[in-house]
Design a protein around this ligand. Sequence first.
Ligand SMILES: *[C@@H]1O[C@H](CO)[C@@H](O)[C@H](O)[C@H]1NC(C)=O
Length: 332
Amino acid sequence: MAGIFAILLLFLGSSTPGRARTLYGLDHGPSNFDVVRFGAVGNGKRDDSKAFLKAWESVCQSTKPPTMTIPAGKTFLLNPTTFRGPCKSPAINIQVSGNILAPSSISSWGNDQEHWIHFKCVDGLSIQGSGTIDGQGHAWWPIKSAQETHALSFDVCTNLKLRDLHIVNSQQRHIAIHNSNTVYIKGLHINSPEDSPNSDGIHIQSSQHVNVENSFIATGDDCISIGDGTYDVNASKITCGPGHGISVGSLGKDGSRSTAEMIHVKDSFFIGTKNGARIKTWQGGSGFARNIIFENLIFTDVENPIIIDQYYCPNKGCKNQVNVSALISNLP
Ligand SMILES: *[C@@H]1O[C@H](CO)[C@@H](O)[C@H](O)[C@H]1NC(C)=O
């Protein structure tokens, strides 16, 4: 009972009731910011990043709940771009009706290869629409990069909503949610080839109160991965495959302390995946993975439907760190 109370309080404390009401029924007049008005061309060849950033500046300064529109029938080429908050309006809407394309060659990226489309410190952000966001990852997949690259990433975003987006061919991870709170994801289509490395569908880390539902995820890595510092994460009605399943972890890498708590995965299909429901931890780490429920999952042609691996070692050659003599000397 005390536990339930604590959760409820957290939830109320982190969302402002007034915000939710302003999200819909917007006046599309002066608070509508079409990227074309800011100079975006949308021919799939010219770099439209500057125009997007100009539009974003106005969006972020708008006190009326703004909508940034990416119009249908066009394809906008976007170099790695950060959309930074905090913004003036407590609710910000981005309508993705057109397509967004990443540069096809890695040389268009600067030194920071961690993010393609990056939102930082933006509260009350809703991104929706059925335009395709294409990471053009083909150039990235054959190389082994030390850095993790994300197509669409969110860092320090409270009250985030993602709906109906199509995200394909990410460089590596398709969506990363970091340090964020109260996140609602629905109706996404995520699609990359089975042999694209590290192409997690949705990665959640250091984030609380995250709900993912009704989404189709086909990738070369985890459909959803729930990492360190997560609390109250639900995934339901997910269709996963191909991919490596829905994972909690990996936790405790390099002796670190990691936690994952109150995770609920239910009513989902796994088709042709390597794993289904998985918990993976490294040797030598500390912390916990607790209060995890996997419920009503249907596995078709899945290698390891349920796997709890405390010896996670994706690149082989991890030495067994169990101290056998200490174990034996402790025997009664
Ligand atoms: C997750 O599901 C539980 C019920 O299983 C619910 O109490 C909780 O509020 C849900 N959390 C989110 C973020 O939707």
